[in-house]
Design a protein around this ligand. Structure first.
Ligand code: C2O
Ligand code: CU
Ligand code: CU
Length: 442
């Protein structure tokens, strides 16, 4: 137990502002502190974060802290918090118990608010982090803009149906709020790049011109060992930390997204996100151990399933189609009990991909279509491929309250592809709720 907690304070103000995404290309963004993305919030593992929030938008909003294992009332969803109205304030306060790459985003009217920029990174550092020469957030988004840089809302019935079906993909790809930026790195150095996919629906297959890079972390922090790859999928909501470099002086390459067909009808294209230029060499202080940490398995692959969840898409008279969890929209699930290991079989009966996101808790994937995964990781968002069954395990620790899971394609979430459930503590409900709300004493 920590004896002294450090309190880290930030002020965030949501509002509308003009933001240049490229020279001579300005959008009317909605975001935090007049920046797109919002400021990078930083803390050390175990710190208490206090965020004084003020809403200057013309409509109510909420902030969700994606990936943080906080107390339910701080989760920023409509189930646990009254939306913060225009001109109103709210103070979020929670401990950050895990190191890694997290993010914050609006959890109200998301298809509008997030599309316009209501998101930012939240980085939690730890002494056990590998030493690198630089640490950068790479927050990916895409905007769907009209020719005069307005956010385009599909007005007609058919485009609306298509957007609801496929999710909104925009042609304007952004890294940290900029279109096609140039990123400079010194030869010989190794940088940690923390990718966050904040787009509504775009699947990014990260590719660095065929160069190898090392994955060191995902949603819930470091992996056990670095994994060397040349490409990797990052779905909306997911995070991925990589080591980039060392590169040679004079090299130039693009950060790209390779095509990924996530629905039968939408043909994905290869897209460029940024250009990397390698400058004159600088000595490196990077130290990357072979073993980054240990991830203790929560359950064996053949653990008995405690709950079955089905994501599906069904026809509907009113909307053309419905996005369903367990045959319903905005489903209410059975409660979950503190301390009882959850083994969920999550299946995707539809013909398109869905990034499954669980609020407030990390899970481990035990099996995918009967196959154990190649490596262990803590996840809060995991892609469900069409006609696939994934078995996950997670432990409801003592944070009772209302939680949810949903598809992180924002249009699917809005169309009802989500479920609520409650974590209950039978032993001592009243005391434990108060206890878990009190930072520093768990
Ligand atoms: Cu980033 Cu409810 O999600
Ligand atoms: Cu979340
Ligand atoms: Cu979906």
């Amino acid at each position: 137990m920590k004896t002294k907690t450090t309190v880290v304070e930030y002020e965030l103000e949501a509002g509308a502002f003009d933001w240049p995404i490229a020279p001579h290309k300005t959008v009317r963004a909605w975001g935090f502190n007049q920046q797109l993305p919002g400021p990078v919030l930083k803390a050390k593992r175990g710190d208490t974060l206090v965020i004084k929030f003020r809403n200057e938008l013309p409509e109510p909003t909420l902030i969700h802290w994606h990936g943080i294992r906080l107390a339910a009332p701080m989760d920023g969803t409509g189930e646990v918090q009254q939306p913060v109205g225009p001109g109103e304030e709210f103070e979020y306060r929670f401990v950050v118990p895990d190191a890694g790459t997290f993010w914050y985003h609006s959890h109200a009217n998301e298809t509008v608010q997030m599309e316009r920029g209501m998101y930012g990174a939240l980085i939690v550092e730890d002494e056990a982090d590998p030493v690198t020469d630089a640490d950068r957030v790479m927050l990916i988004d895409d905007m769907k803009l009209t020719a005069d840089q307005q956010f385009s809302e599909p007005g007609w019935f058919l485009p609306r149906i298509i957007e609801r079906h496929d999710g909104r993909e925009g042609d304007t790809l952004l890294i940290n709020g900029k279109e096609q930026p140039t990123i400079e790195i010194h030869a010989g150095q190794v940088e940690r790049w923390r990718f966050i996919n904040a787009s509504s629906a775009r699947y990014v297959v990260l590719y660095l011109g065929g160069k190898e890079f090392r994955i060191i972390g995902t949603d819930g922090g470091l992996l056990e060992q670095p994994r060397t790859v040349t490409e990797v999928l990052i779905t909306p909501g997911e995070r991925l930390d990589i080591l980039a470099g060392p590169f040679q002086k004079g090299e130039t390459f693009a950060i790209e997204s390779l095509p990924y067909d996530r629905t039968t009808f939408l043909k994905a294209k290869r897209r460029t996100l940024a250009t990397v230029q390698v400058r004159e060499p600088k000595p490196s202080v990077a130290f990357i151990p072979d073993s980054l940490r240990t991830i203790v398995p929560l359950a064996p692959p053949d653990a008995a399933v405690t709950r079955k969840i089905k994501f599906a898409v069904g026809p509907s008279w009113k909307n053309g189609m419905d996005f369903l969890v367990n045959e319903g929209t905005h489903t209410q699930d059975e409660p979950v009990r503190v301390g009882q290991l959850q083994v969920w079989e999550v299946s995707n009966a539809s013909l398109m991909d869905h990034p499954f996101h669980l609020h407030g808790f990390f899970f481990q994937v035990l099996e995918e279509n009967g196959q154990a995964p190649a490596y262990r990781a803590w996840k809060d968002t995991y892609n469900l491929k069409p006609r696939t069954t994934v078995k996950i395990a997670w432990m409801p620790d003592n944070r009772p309250g209302k939680w949810m899971y949903h598809c992180h394609i924002l249009e699917h979430h809005a169309a009802g592809m989500m479920a609520h459930f409650e974590v209950v503590n039978d032993a001592d409900p009243a005391h434990e709720t108060a206890h878990s709300l009190h930072p520093g004493c768990r």
